[in-house]
Design a protein around this ligand. Structure first.
Ligand code: SF4
Ligand code: SF4
Length: 374
């Protein structure tokens, strides 16, 4: 058995669902595409700015000859997840349900590196997990892990697009795999379902419009995007949920990706008042561990507004007293969405004590909106 086959066999043995190999040639067309996207300000801020580095494996490892690309399915058996869709709850994207995938796939890649080292102690390797999503996907497409869908996800023939991608750049010259045929054909379901028009054309995702990025970003969210969030607390699965190739996708059944410290529909009042200690306890082992608690609190306030459930009013009034302006501002907006004019007194009190211009503007706007509606 040649080394490429042994690597694939070992990868499957340690729980990777797919292992393919491509060359270490640079991704020059991807670099051109990203350069254009950057010029048009459509590129996610999470993509590292050094495009040469992220599109050329040899910039990471000068002796690179091959890239081993791996995928692990994060789809879990829904019957094993409690049904919590009621009351004041918000939805987490499936990628954020369980343990931090960087750690899960990262430790499997470490095992794979150790395996290579045993075969050849002089081997050079560099691992990557989420170096930049677009580039990981480009390597996955070239290695034949799946085809790139019009929603920009990589679609694996069995596991659909519910996969995390990671890999190893190595100086070993390995037998490579071929890309697989794109099966999107005339389908446009993802483009039609996107609530913000972020999929501007097939295969072109404008990150500045994408709720997958917006919900993870810091700072204020534009009003129209707040509404578009619906109940999306962290990430957005819509363009994957509608994909025909995801309907019957096989589950990897990795227990690590089942909800553990955080429910997949967490209670919003608990999140709005999250303390640093609670944030650490609940989120440090998840893929939501890198942004801090403010965006989670902000999103919880927005969703309570979108739910228009009067039960949220008392929590949002408390939110007007949060130490962070971002939480106060979005709590005020959410109160306006619920639209109960009895809260004008609380909003006026909040306005009187508020010191931040932006928050004052948000509160004033809501007071006017509620009084106009009287
Ligand atoms: Fe649109 Fe959501 Fe897909 Fe982003 S993740 S492209 S917002 S459907
Ligand atoms: Fe392709 Fe249709 Fe899936 Fe979009 S929804 S990725 S067009 S198959």
């Amino acid at each position: 058995m040649n080394l490429a086959k042994k690597i694939k066999e070992y990868g499957k043995k340690i729980g990777l669902d797919e292992v393919k190999i491509t060359t270490a040639e640079s991704l020059s067309t991807v670099k051109d595409f990203l350069t254009e996207m950057k010029k048009e300000d459509k590129l996610s801020k999470f993509v590292k700015s050094d495009l040469d580095l992220i599109t050329d494996p040899k910039q990471v490892l000068p002796t690179a000859k091959s890239v081993i690309v791996t995928a692990i399915s994060y789809k879990v058996d829904i019957n094993q997840v409690p049904n919590l869709k009621k009351d004041l709850r918000g939805k987490l994207s499936k990628f954020a349900w369980g343990e931090d995938y960087h750690n899960v796939i990262g430790s499997k890649l470490d095992q794979l590196r150790a395996f290579l080292n045993k075969k050849d102690p002089t081997v050079e390797t560099k691992k990557f997990v989420d170096t930049a999503p677009t580039v990981d996907r480009a390597l996955a497409r070239r290695a034949g892990i799946g085809w790139q869908g019009k929603n920009c996800s990589i679609i694996h023939e069995e596991y659909g697009s519910w996969i995390f991608i990671g890999g190893i750049i190595t100086n070993l010259k390995l037998e490579t795999d071929m890309p697989i045929k794109n099966k999107c054909k005339g389908c446009q379901k993802c483009i039609e379902a996107c609530p913000t028009g972020a999929l501007e054309e097939p295969y072109v995702l404008n990150s500045s419009k994408c709720l997958g990025y917006i919900t993870l970003s810091k700072g204020y969210i534009e009003n129209e995007k707040r509404k578009a969030m619906g109940t999306r607390l962290w990430g957005c699965d819509t363009c994957q949920d509608v994909c025909p190739y995801n309907q019957e996708a096989k589950s990897g059944n990795h227990v690590e990706f089942q909800p553990q410290t955080v429910e997949h529909y967490p209670r919003l009042p608990t999140l709005l008042t999250l303390t640093n200690k609670e944030y650490k306890e609940k989120f440090s082992s998840t893929a939501m561990n890198w942004r801090g608690k403010r965006p989670i609190q902000r999103n919880a306030a927005i969703i309570m507004g979108n739910l228009k459930n009067p039960k949220a009013i008392s929590y949002l009034i408390d939110g007007l007293e949060d130490p962070k302006p971002i939480v106060r501002a979005h709590s005020a907006w959410a109160l306006g969405e619920i639209g109960d004019d009895s809260i004008v007194i609380d909003l006026r009190k909040a306005l009187a004590r508020e010191g931040k211009k932006r928050v004052k503007e948000e509160i004033r706007k809501v007071i006017n909106q509620l009084l106009d509606g009287c």
